[in-house]
Design a protein around this ligand. Sequence first.
Ligand SMILES: Nc1ncnc2c1ncn2[C@@H]1O[C@H](COP(=O)(O)OP(=O)(O)OP(=O)(O)O)[C@@H](O)[C@H]1O
Ligand SMILES: [Mg+2]
Length: 334
Amino acid sequence: MNSALLKRLFCAIQSGSGPDMDVLCRKVVEQEKKVGHLRVAEDLERILEAPARRAIQPAAPRELSALPTSKRDSAPLLQEVPRDLLRHAMVLPPAVEHRLHRIEKEFAARTRLALHGLQPRRRVLLHGPPGCGKSLAAERLAWNTGLPLLKVRFDTLLSSYFGETHTNLRKVFDAAATTPCTLFLDECDTLARSRNDRNDVGEATRITNALLEMLEGYHGDGLVIAATNLDSALDPALIRRFDEVLRIPLPSSQEIEGILRTALSAVITEIGMPWHHLALEMDGMSCSEVTQIARNAAKHAVLEGRKKVTESDMRFALGEIHERHHQSCNFSHV
Ligand SMILES: Nc1ncnc2c1ncn2[C@@H]1O[C@H](COP(=O)(O)OP(=O)(O)OP(=O)(O)O)[C@@H](O)[C@H]1O
Ligand SMILES: [Mg+2]
């Protein structure tokens, strides 16, 4: 097999990028056919077509068909993200990686911890700037623990009728207590914001208190993860109810370089690409923007009919993001 292809395949495996691995595996099959290794190509193809083996099996058999629904119109309050769609490759500062890994390790050792009267960290609050991996981290925790990811649907949970939000929240936590899962309250500040919008202070306090009480009373065999990018909007009493409060910051230049290399691992990049310099120029950008630059650079190369992504493709994509920043500044001054 050609060494460049082998290297890209290893990068894709290392970064856990399923779609890239699939594309590269099919390229290996094609190449084996080209050099006349038809038997090997056929065997490899058969392996690719076989049903996927799961790295980790779900924690326990589950009755997901009976997910709770809202009181008034029976709309689903939770949405399960299929395991195949969970993304789990992340580039993180070592300290954040260590703390996420510790949650996974404690979950795996929960029975052993219980023998000593100890509990794993189960209530996790993720906060930090937008586009830096809060939602991704919840998916990764679900993937690595094998717990199904159940996202709370705030569109159906929040009700303008007195007491119904409380009832809906109760149903959600009751379901999490009986079904081992990762209960994910993404953008949990939605609860706070919608309450402020309604200017109903009494109801606001009741919902916060309900959430406090439910978090405290949660003893399910899974995880509860909440995420917010509003660092100051959460009630300190609520923050105290979490066993782990983890800030996911903007990436450093080292992490930016890692994200660029990972995002481009399935394509050919020019030799001598100034990764480090480019990463320094992206200082202050979110992981999401960096990923977008890498993808746009790859698309630019493809549309220009080239197989290699070059420094100028990267600069073109970088320029576009700078342009967008500039435009959004102008918008905010209108
Ligand atoms: N740490 C990371 N490593 C690699 N890629 C990342 C990382 N964080 C974010 N990304 C990329 O950015 C995208 C958006 O990330 P994500 O939705 O997790 O951000 P978020 O923190 O939840 O943002 P928001 O506050 O807007 O909800 C991801 O789909 C992924 O492509
Ligand atoms: Mg998010």
